[in-house]
Write a protein that binds this ligand. Structure first.
Ligand SMILES: Nc1ncnc2c1ncn2[C@@H]1O[C@H](COP(=O)(O)OP(=O)(O)O)[C@@H](O)[C@H]1O
Ligand SMILES: [Mg+2]
Length: 261
């Protein structure tokens, strides 16, 4: 019997190994005494390997803090954060983060910035493949000041992915982009996630973005309130932005933010 050992074409990107993310009774406070702020309170949350989980919630409720705990950039006050059953201790190489701002080094080219995400010598040859995947194949030599905001975020995405993260943490990555560019980036995410299969935690304040991209949407309440709702979005990707099954879900989500449609 013959097996196809390597169905991935040379130069193409092989799928990554997605990790499970598990938070158990996770609480996080900042400050002491009367200055103490309880941000996250006994959060229980599991993202399955390969799941795209969107996290919605009002400003200041702790969304970024939650991502920072998974990345190991913060330590929980109590509770445990696990990736594939092993605890997150310190900044964790199994995670990559993309922020709202691309955070590129201005004196480095697009490919030079992507190279910053390389975690082992093998992946230096992959830079062009990742740039091709995010649609920047012809721009590797450009400087950040020569490219658009959307292209800068594509660069940040390639820099995150070249580290082969088991978990990709996206903190409002498209919030600063204009509406059309944002939709193009969302379409890019559909393509990229289908190909690489990594687990994604996507913080967004955009209900439609969550409905378009996520397998599941977790809504946090006001600071300290925890998870108020979880919604499954069952339709396969790529999705139709005007899918009528989204209408009641959109209404339910917006109502949680005091918007009644
Ligand atoms: N390092 C920190 N020190 C003190 N307070 C912090 C720190 N990081 C976040 N906070 C506070 O925690 C709360 C939640 O912040 P954040 O997670 O950034 O919220 P979100 O991303 O949902 O807008 C805010 O009140 C913020 O001021
Ligand atoms: Mg935030």
């Amino acid at each position: 019997m013959s097996h196809t050992q390597n169905p991935i074409a040379p130069g193409a990107i092989a799928p990554l190994a997605p990790a499970e993310v598990s938070l158990t009774q996770v609480s996080k406070s900042f400050g002491r005494g009367t200055d103490r702020v309880d941000v996250l309170n006994q959060i229980n949350l599991v993202a399955a390997p390969g799941e795209i989980l969107a996290i919605l919630g009002p400003s200041g409720c702790g969304k970024s803090t939650l991502l920072r705990l998974v990345a190991g950039l913060e330590v929980p006050t109590s509770g445990t954060v696990l990736l594939n059953d092993s605890p997150v201790v310190g900044v964790d190489a199994r995670c990559s983060v993309v922020f709202q701002e691309p955070r590129l080094l201005p004196w480095r080219s697009v490919s030079g910035n992507v190279r910053l995400g390389v975690r082992n010598s093998q992946s230096t040859n992959e830079i062009q493949s990742w740039l091709d995947l995010v649609g920047l194949g012809d721009f590797s030599g450009y400087l950040p000041k020569q490219i658009s905001g959307g292209m800068a975020q594509r660069t940040a995405l390639a820099r995150a992915l070249i580290g082969h993260p088991g978990v990709l943490l996206l903190d409002e990555p498209f919030a600063a982009l204009d509406a059309l560019t944002r939709m193009q980036m969302q379409d890019l995410m559909v393509k990229v996630t289908a190909q690489i299969g990594t687990t994604v935690l996507l913080v967004t304040h955009d209900v439609d973005e969550a409905l378009y991209l996520a397998d599941r949407i977790v809504v946090l309440g006001e600071r300290g309130q925890g998870i108020v709702t979880t919604i499954n979005v069952d339709s396969p990707r790529p999705r139709d932005r005007s899918d009528s099954t989204f209408i009641p879900l959109r209404r339910e989500l917006l109502a949680l933010f005091g918007v009644h449609v």
